[in-house]
Design a protein around this ligand. Structure first.
Ligand code: GUN
Ligand code: FE
Length: 413
């Protein structure tokens, strides 16, 4: 297959985009990019989506499957919102039929907004998590997902004891991990320190290490959460220390939010090469604060962007990038639209340790691509329009590994 159009291709390492005014991308039947080159003058292949720009598919490094139906429920701040809105909704996911009815929808929503890879929290229910993986399998999307582990400080309808959770996680790994040549991954997800007993935290960490799985959790999102965590774990030096003390110490750890970290904690995140999921739209909605994105990326920390649906109000990663722009402005530490588009694509792939397969449009990478409508213009005008013209920017097509998962077929002439 060959696709033709204007292409914005992330540099593999530097936070830059290479602008190809008219490029031809060749893709194998298995979905690997073989070449990208300027379209030759005598080319008879038409523009695949006239008026659109082609980018790598967006990487959403943080969202919650069981929160689709409560997206936009304004009952924050965090701990009140969890009690009032989140836990009652997540309790409904005991019912497999309910979970199944949401699972296909959330996959369609991601694909329709151009997300090709997502790191997804399920609920604590094995049946719901099975439904999520089934929908992900059918959807063609790339994902990291797993049970949301919690065994305390929440109603019994949304918790699971540690022994059962570990047994169910092992079953999920057997059934789904590395499925479809590594398209689906099982992830270990202690919800956050306040939801987990020390025993569950430690058991989950050793399970993740044993199976080399990505760990996802929340860290330092809200000041009251930070205070309660310090009170619940008085032996640990700080919030990150709680995770370190229970065995979370390596680069396969993806930390959502990281708003209120001390300089010391940031230094340890960097030294351990842990990754950060920055979720600015959620942070505005819950009034959590603004993460120091500029400092994190300048320190060389791997950062991806996360919608954090349903505290986040959108699946659109360009909208999340726009919120990241605003959050950086509020801090007086600006980050450019180019850098943010890079974070929404390549940055996410690095945060998920998919650097060899995803996030670039270059030979050897998987053809995870999105085509987005954008007015003609300079590189600067196009990146600004992609982020800030919320009413434009329709996603015309989404591909994962060369397979179309959403939108219009490319024109073939
Ligand atoms: N911290 C613990 N659970 C959650 C959640 O579901 N959403 C957000 N934003 N923060 C959390
Ligand atoms: Fe979250």
């Amino acid at each position: 297959m060959a696709l033709r159009g204007r292409v914005l291709a992330p540099d593999p390492h530097a936070r830059k985009l290479i602008d190809w005014p008219d490029a031809l991308i060749r893709i194998t039947a298995a979905g690997t990019i073989t070449t990208i080159e300027p379209t030759p003058a005598d080319c008879t292949i038409p523009q695949s989506w006239p008026g659109a720009v082609i980018l790598p598919g967006f990487v959403d490094t943080h969202l919650h499957f069981p929160q689709l139906r409560i997206l936009g429920s304004a009952t924050g701040p965090l701990l009140e919102w969890l009690t009032t809105t989140v836990f009652p909704e997540e309790a409904r996911f005991r019912d497999n039929g309910y979970a199944e009815s949401i699972a296909d929808t959330i996959c369609q929503r991601m694909a329709s907004f151009g997300t090709t890879t997502a790191a997804i929290y399920s609920s604590a229910h094995p049946g719901a998590t099975e439904a999520l993986f089934g929908a992900l399998e059918r959807s063609g999307l790339r994902a990291y997902a797993g049970l949301t582990l919690m065994d305390r400080n929440a109603p019994p309808a949304v918790t699971l004891d540690a022994a059962t959770a570990l047994t169910e996680l092992a079953a999920l790994v057997d059934r789904w991990h590395a499925r479809d040549d590594g398209r689906l991954h099982v992830s270990v997800i202690p919800r956050f320190a306040l939801s987990c007993s020390p025993n569950l935290l430690a058991a989950a960490a050793s399970f993740a290490r044993r199976h080399a799985l990505l760990v996802q959790t929340h860290l330092s999102e809200n000041l009251e959460e930070v205070r309660q965590t310090a009170a619940a774990f008085p032996e640990s030096q700080d919030y990150l220390g709680v995770y370190e003390d229970h065995g979370y110490t390596d680069a396969r750890t993806l930390l959502a939010h990281c708003i209120h970290l001390s300089d010391q904690e940031w230094a340890r995140v960097r030294d351990r090469d842990m990754a950060v999921a920055h979720c600015p739209d959620s942070n505005f909605f819950l009034g959590s604060g603004c993460m120091p994105l500029r400092r994190a990326i300048d320190a060389g920390i791997r950062v991806g962007l996360g919608s954090d649906v349903g505290a986040g109000r959108t699946f659109s990663m360009p909208r999340v990038a726009a919120a990241a722009y605003d959050a950086a402005q509020v801090r007086g530490e600006p980050v450019s639209p180019t850098e943010l588009l890079w974070l929404a694509t390549r940055g996410g792939s690095l945060a998920l340790s998919q650097e060899d397969r995803v996030g670039c449009i270059a030979p050897g990478f998987d053809a995870d691509l999105v085509a987005v409508d954008v007015p003609r213009g300079t590189t600067h005008e196009v990146t600004d329009a992609l982020l800030f013209r919320h009413d434009a920017g329709r996603v015309r097509a989404t591909f994962v590994r060369g397979r179309q998962v959403h939108g219009e077929r490319p024109q073939r002439g």
